[in-house]
Design a protein around this ligand. Structure first.
Ligand SMILES: Cc1ncc(COP(=O)(O)O)c(C=O)c1O
Ligand SMILES: N[C@@H](CCCC[NH3+])C(=O)O
Length: 390
C-alpha cells in the first residue's frame, strides 16, 4: 500500500522527495507517552531534527512544545503556533541579538556556561532558567554527536555550577533546575541512567524540583535501538519526586517516519564495482557522507531477471564521498525506477544543502489511514537559489 501511495505522490510532486508518514509519527508518539505515564512533564520536539512547521503542529496537537536553537527555529515554532510557555531555548553560542529578541518570547532558557550567565546581565527576562551541566558521561555514540563528555564544548562543568548559579541569581533570574543532554542516537539505557542520576542528585542537593533531561533516544537504523521497557523501569523511577520533567526528543519522534524517494538514473558497472546512480545525494541527505551513517535502501522495481549484487548507491555530486549507501547487497533496480532511503525524517531535510547548486527537495505528509496526501513544503526552484544575489 505504501508503495502504491509513493508512486502516486511521485506522479504529482516528482523526485527527489521527502515523504513523512503520519501513522508512524502517531506510533512513535504513543511509545514516548507510554514511557512517561504518570510523570508530570513538558515534552518538546527538537526542531533541529526537522523544522517543518506542519510537522511541528502535529506534535503541538499532542501537547508538545519545541526545543529551539536559533531564530529560525523560533520562527518555525511561531508558524506552527507553539505558545511561549512551551518553548525551550538551547545553545552554546547565543548571540546578544538573539538574547535581546528571544528573552521574553520563550518559556525556558538553558544556560550553557558561566560566560553565558554573565552575558544575561544585559537583559531582563522573566523566563525560567536552567543550567546545562556537563556530567562527563560517555553516551557510546558517534563522536560527532556525543555532547556530555568533558572534552566537548557543551554544558557547565560540575565544579562551576555554584558560580553559574550565583551569577544568574544576582541578576534576579529565576533558576528552576538543571539540563542534561549527553548526545544523540544513544541506543543503550546505561549512559542515560548514569547522566540523569547525576542530574537528579544535583537537583536534590540544590533543592530543584524541575529537571530537563534533553533528548538522544536512538532509533533502529541497522539493528539496534533504545530499549524503552528498560528505560521505563530503570530511568523513569528517578523522576518520582519532580514537579516538572522536560524532554527534548527529535530523532525518535520523526526519524522513522520519513523516507527519501529518489529516481534511479542508471546503473554504472566497472570492473571493480557497481554503482546505482540516483538523482539525489549528499545535498539532500548528508548523514552517510558526514557520519558514515547507515540508512536502509529499498528498490521498488528490480531489473528482470532478478539479480542481487553488492553495490554503492551514490548521488550525482562531484564528491567521492557523495554516497547514500555503501557495499549493500540489493536487487539491481530498473533504470528510471524509484528507490527509497529509509529513516530520514530526522536530520535529513534539516541538514540538506544546495551544494552543487541543487534545489532542495519538496516535502509531503501522507496519512495511510485516511489516504490524505499533503504537500508541506514545495520544491525549491533554481530562482530560489539565486534570490539574494544583488
Ligand atoms: C540540547 C539538545 N536537545 C535535544 C536534542 C535532540 O536530540 P535527538 O534528536 O537525538 O533526540 C539535541 C540534539 O542532539 C540537543 O543538542
Ligand atoms: N545531526 C546529527 C544529530 C545531531 C544532534 C544535534 N544535537 C545526526 O544526523 O545524527
Amino acid at each position: 500500500m505504501l508503495e502504491r501511495t509513493i508512486k502516486t505522490v511521485v506522479e504529482h510532486y516528482g523526485t527527489p522527495l521527502y515523504v513523512y508518514v503520519k501513522d508512524v509519527i502517531r506510533y512513535q508518539l504513543a511509545k514516548v507517552k507510554r514511557v512517561f505515564e504518570g510523570v508530570r512533564m513538558l515534552p518538546t520536539f527538537a526542531c533541529k531534527a526537522n523544522n517543518n512547521p506542519r510537522l511541528i503542529q502535529l506534535f503541538l496537537e499532542e501537547g508538545f512544545g519545541t526545543d529551539i536553537v536559533s531564530l529560525g527555529e523560533y520562527h518555525a515554532s511561531e508558524l506552527a503556533g507553539v505558545p511561549r510557555e512551551r518553548i525551550v531555548w538551547n545553545g552554546n553560542g547565543k548571540t546578544k541579538a538573539e538574547m535581546g529578541f528571544l528573552k521574553d518570547k520563550v518559556g525556558f532558557i538553558n544556560v550553557d556556561s558561566v560566560e553565558e550567565a554573565q552575558r544575561w546581565a544585559d537583559f531582563q527576562s522573566d523566563a525560567n532558567f536552567f543550567i546545562r551541566i556537563n556530567p562527563d558521561v560517555d553516551p557510546r555514540t558517534h563522536p560527532h554527536i556525543s555532547t556530555g563528555i568533558r572534552e566537548t564544548k557543551f554544558g557547565v562543568h560540575i565544579d562551576l555550577i555554584d558560580e553559574a548559579l550565583s551569577v544568574l541569581r544576582k541578576q534576579g533570574k529565576k533558576v528552576l533546575g538543571f539540563h542534561i543532554h549527553i548526545g544523540s542516537q544513544i541506543t543503550e539505557v546505561e549512559p542515560f541512567l548514569e547522566a540523569i542520576s547525576i542530574g537528579v542528585e544535583l537537583s536534590k542537593k540544590y533543592g530543584f524540583g524541575c529537571i530537563n533531561i534533553g533528548g538522544g533516544w536512538g532509533i533502529n537504523y541497522s539493528g539496534k535501538e533504545l530499549n524503552l521497557e528498560e528505560y521505563r523501569s530503570k530511568v523513569v523511577p528517578l523522576f518520582s519526586s519532580f514537579e516538572l520533567v522536560i524532554i527534548e526528543l527529535g530523532r525518535y519522534l520523526i526519524g522513522p517516519a520519513g523516507i527519501l524517494v529518489a529516481k534511479v538514473e542508471y546503473v554504472k558497472r566497472t570492473p571493480y564495482k557497481t554503482f546505482v546512480v540516483l538523482d539525489v545525494g549528499m545535498n539532500a541527505l548528508v548523514r552517510p557522507a558526514m557520519y558514515g551513517a547507515h540508512h536502509g535502501v529499498h528498490v521498488l522495481e528490480p531489473e528482470e531477471p532478478w539479480e542481487e549484487s553488492i553495490v554503492d548507491v551514490v548521488g550525482p555530486l562531484c564528491e567521492t564521498g557523495d554516497v547514500i549507501a555503501r557495499n549493500r547487497s540489493i536487487p539491481i533496480p530498473k533504470c528510471g525506477s524509484l528507490m527509497i532511503v529509509e529513516d530520514v525524517g530526522a536530520y535529513g531535510f534539516s541538514m540538506a544543502s544546495n551544494y552543487n547548486s541543487h534545489p532542495r527537495p519538496a516535502e509531503v505528509l501522507i496519512d495511510l489511514s485516511t489516504n490524505e496526501i499533503r504537500l508541506i513544503r514545495r520544491r525549491e526552484s533554481i530562482e530560489d537559489l539565486f534570490r539574494n544575489v544583488e
